[in-house]
Design a binder for this molecule. Structure first.
Ligand code: G
Ligand code: MN
Length: 229
């Protein structure tokens, strides 16, 4: 009913260059505005949608809205949409992405899809195949929440990715613990070594941002320090 009534809306959170001067991309984040219960957060309703076979329709609506919105933004700004594990389990997602691009007229390179590691454990080969087809359309791919979940570093090598989004758990203590700072530096360096662009998530303070700038290798920064969704 919520999907039919258009109650799923989309908010956007920017990814800034570390100097704060440029916004390269906005991540699209779904919101369900329930008439009585108010705002229902995605961790709750996405799970329910997945269990009920409805998440494909959520993805379709968010992709459609995100591409239409992005088409109205300055030409060098992209949009990033989260996919569910279930989306990547079927080739239907290819038509859904193609449809969103056609409906909006958006250049494919301005669309990015984010996949999370935990969703990949099922069948890496078929996930890689679908991701390759998505990239063949000109769309960018990013590994979300990197460093958490069940996966190993081998995903970085075996999946067709353009970017890695380093999880916020690696950022929390970088300003106060040398060990955390070293770990972040090396993690970023590791991704850069194999040619992946790096986004650091969950940056909340200027002190954390300073540590990220020190690496000199982070392309984009996302988090409350610059902007909430
Ligand atoms: O898994 P993914 O990275 O797509 O999750 C994005 C979520 O993280 C959004 O719900 C957003 O509200 C939240 N978020 C964004 N920036 C920050 C931040 O700086 N700190 C924290 N704690 N959460 C954030
Ligand atoms: Mn994400």
């Amino acid at each position: 009913a919520a999907l039919g009534a258009g109650e799923i809306s989309v908010v956007y959170q920017p990814m800034h260059s570390p100097d704060g001067g440029t916004v390269g991309c906005f991540e699209a984040l779904a919101r369900w505005e329930h008439p009585e219960r108010g705002f229902v957060p995605p961790p709750e309703f996405i799970k329910i949608a997945e269990e009920n076979g409805l998440v494909g329709e959520v993805t379709r609506q968010v992709l459609d809205k995100a591409c239409r919105d992005c088409a109205t933004w300055p030409g060098d700004v992209s949009v990033s949409v989260n996919l569910s594990a279930i989306d990547l389990g079927s080739r239907t997602i290819l038509d859904v992405i193609r449809g969103a691009l056609e409906n909006s007229g958006l250049d494919p390179w301005r669309l990015q899809v984010e996949i999370t590691e935990t969703m990949l454990v099922d069948d890496r080969e078929s996930t890689a195949r679908i991701l390759r087809r998505i990239r063949a359309m000109g769309v960018q791919t990013a590994l979300d929440d990197f460093g958490t979940g069940y996966s190993s570093l081998s995903y970085l090598d075996s999946l067709p990715l353009n970017k890695v989004k380093v999880d916020r758990s690696f950022v929390r203590k970088v300003a106060v613990e040398r060990r955390a700072r070293d770990l972040l530096h090396r993690l970023v360096g590791l991704c850069r070594t194999i040619g992946l662009e790096v986004v650091v998530e969950g940056v909340e303070t200027e002190a954390q941002l300073d540590v990220i700038r020190e690496t000199g290798e982070v392309a984009w920064v996302q988090g409350y320090h610059f902007s909430k969704p």
